[in-house]
Design a protein around this ligand. Structure first.
Ligand code: FAD
Length: 447
């Protein structure tokens, strides 16, 4: 009769299995979000507020509302279920350790008050745990075999937004806060018009399903075909920038994949979304991924606070590393190639613990999530799912290959903006030092 749909990182009305099922099966549907103290950190807070505002507007257009309360999610959900004598609480299943423990607590508490608790898919394309290797094991450890099976797996059909959401009359909707403690400034606005796949699109636009869908449309229409050629062009900004939207579920990953598969040249892009599913199924099987080596490592990491601070601030004296770290701080986003270079520099050259990298990225990335962040960090550190765990990226060679004109460096490291292409990646080779730019923290590897 009455179903509470608990929203979390699925902040959309299109292709939302729990919401769709509730609207079909229940007489009254109560879309619900709990703002937990300390939940949204840093910039992600601003993005989350946009997502909630947009979701509420969409639900109101459909005749319903988003009920928002503050407090602890399990306690508030159970309280609301009690107030409404709800028959069920439905939510999208998630993978992190915290999310799983929340689901367990919700299940137990709902049982206590004789309310059904059920989870639905929607956070990934293929639900984690659904694909298991032939040779045994509860998850895939290597990407390529996973990709092969994932690509040929039958998927559930895409679900339209519900035609109508009928909610409980007179229920106080609750206020969406206008800011959170510790919330930093909003990201630079990257206008939709500049998303043409050829430079200029800086920053991440406002959060929410409406913005996500606009970006997806533009991306599919104008850019996805260019992805294979362009995704490693650091200065060109030729990737989708859908990551923060996927992080908050403003757009369904299944919809992104289904739509991209229908486009000529969409496959390399779809493959990246498979990496997202891959790390989610690893995290589902190994929930301590953000803290514990997936493949234990014998050597100790170094401790060096000054070096860590220099890395965090983009003051290592290696231009490509500093450019990436400064992009992260100023935009809340970093190009994937830059993420690999700065991560490799931290763990291979400075020999500092990947966990410090995970934490810093998590503080600043709009798309920061446990599975992708930790999975990729462990991959770079050689403790994760790389089949070549000793791979070391030479930052200078990477810079010359993926930022050949040095434009990416010049954009984020103004101290070097006057340098010619040849010098920008190796300023230490110049006869005199650059004003205000540090000498390299470690001996730079030869290109
Ligand atoms: P596109 O190139 O347009 O890719 C489309 C989507 O595919 C992305 O939005 C993302 O959801 C997925 N994807 C792409 N590459 C990867 C990948 N290597 N692993 C998993 N999914 C991928 N991604 C996050 O979403 N959150 C993180 O916290 C995060 N931390 C990272 C940390 C490190 C050290 C590294 C090397 C990578 C990390 N990534 C993370 C993966 C990747 O860098 C970003 O997903 C990508 O840069 C986002 O930009 P985009 O949306 O334009 O990507």
């Amino acid at each position: 009769d009455t179903v509470i749909v608990l929203f979390n990182r699925d902040l959309r009305v299109h292709d939302h299995p729990a919401l769709a099922a509730a609207c079909q099966e229940a007489r009254r549907v109560v879309p619900f979000f709990v703002v937990e103290p300390g939940l949204p950190s840093g910039r992600r807070g601003g993005f989350l507020l946009d997502c909630l505002t947009d979701l509420r507007a969409s639900l109101r257009r459909l005749g319903g509302d988003l009920i928002v309360r503050q407090g602890e999610v399990v306690a508030e959900t159970v309280r609301l279920a009690g107030e409404l004598s709800a028959d069920a609480v439905w939510a999208s299943a998630d993978v992190s350790e915290y999310a799983r423990s929340r689901e367990k607590r919700l299940a137990a508490e709902c049982k206590r008050i004789h309310t059904e608790f059920r989870t639905f898919p929607g956070v990934t394309v293929v639900p984690p745990g659904e694909l298991t290797p032939n040779g045994g094991g509860d998850h895939y450890r290597v990407f390529t075999p996973y990709w092969r099976v994932w690509s040929s797996t039958r998927r559930r059909p895409l679900l339209p937004a519900p035609a109508r959401v009928v909610t409980v009359p007179g229920l106080e909707p609750g206020r969406i806060p206008s800011s959170f403690p510790g919330m930093r400034i909003r990201p630079v606005d990257g206008s939709q018009a500049s998303l043409n796949g050829h430079g200029g699109s800086r920053g991440v636009p406002a959060g929410g399903e409406t913005a996500a869908r606009e970006r997806l449309e533009t991306w599919l229409r104008l850019c996805v075909a260019d992805y294979d050629d362009g995704h490693d062009d650091m200065a060109g900004d030729r990737t989708s920038k859908l990551s923060a939207y996927l992080r908050f579920g403003c757009v369904s990953p299944l919809e992104v994949v289904t739509r991209a598969e229908a486009e000529a040249g969409g496959e390399p892009f779809v493959r990246q979304l498979c990496w997202r599913d891959f790390y989610h199924q690893v995290t589902f099987a190994f929930p301590q991924i953000n803290r514990v080596d997936y493949r234990p490592r014998k050597e100790e990491w170094r401790e060096d606070k000054d070096a860590l601070d220099a890395w965090r601030e983009g003051q290592t004296g290696i231009p490509i590393v500093d450019a990436g770290m400064r992009q992260l701080k100023s935009e809340g986003w970093m190009h994937n190639r830059a993420r690999m270079i700065v991560a490799s520099y931290l763990v291979r050259h400075l020999r500092l613990d990947w966990r410090a990298g995970v934490e810093h990225f998590f503080d600043y990335l709009l798309d920061g999530d446990i599975a992708n962040n930790s999975g990729n960090w462990q991959w770079v550190a050689g403790t994760g799912n790389d089949t070549r765990p000793n791979r070391v990226l030479n930052p200078i060679r990477q810079a010359k290959r993926f930022d050949p004109e040095g434009d990416y460096v010049r954009r984020y490291v103004p101290e070097l903006s006057h340098l010619p292409d040849r010098a920008v990646h190796e300023p230490w080779k110049l006869p005199s030092p650059i004003k205000n730019y540090p000498k390299p923290l470690t001996t730079p590897p030869a290109a």
